[in-house]
Ligand binder design. Structure first.
Ligand SMILES: [Zn+2]
Length: 81
């Protein structure tokens, strides 16, 4: 699994909606990719924090927009290499 695929599935991964094969691939990628584990970490913190402060968790549609922005950022970085 590469970073772009991981980012695409990250929302479902956090919600535990991924099937076992994809979840295992996501776990493998996260274990070896510092970039994606930072994204996962900050996203989970963001979700936790919003629960903590009593705000409604970020709607899935909003998060998916966020993923596509992160994905675009990855793409731009790759293009610079
Ligand atoms: Zn990655």
């Amino acid at each position: 699994m590469d970073c772009q695929t991981l980012i695409r599935y990250l929302s479902d991964y956090i919600d535990r909606e991924l099937d076992e094969t994809l979840a295992a691939e996501a776990r493998d990628h996260l274990a070896t990719c510092p970039n994606c584990s930072v994204v996962l970490d900050s996203t989970q913190k963001m979700i936790l924090m919003s629960k903590f402060t009593g705000q409604v968790a970020i709607p899935k549609t909003r998060r998916e927009k966020l993923w596509s922005e992160i994905e675009a950022a990855f793409r731009e970085r790759k293009a610079e290499d």
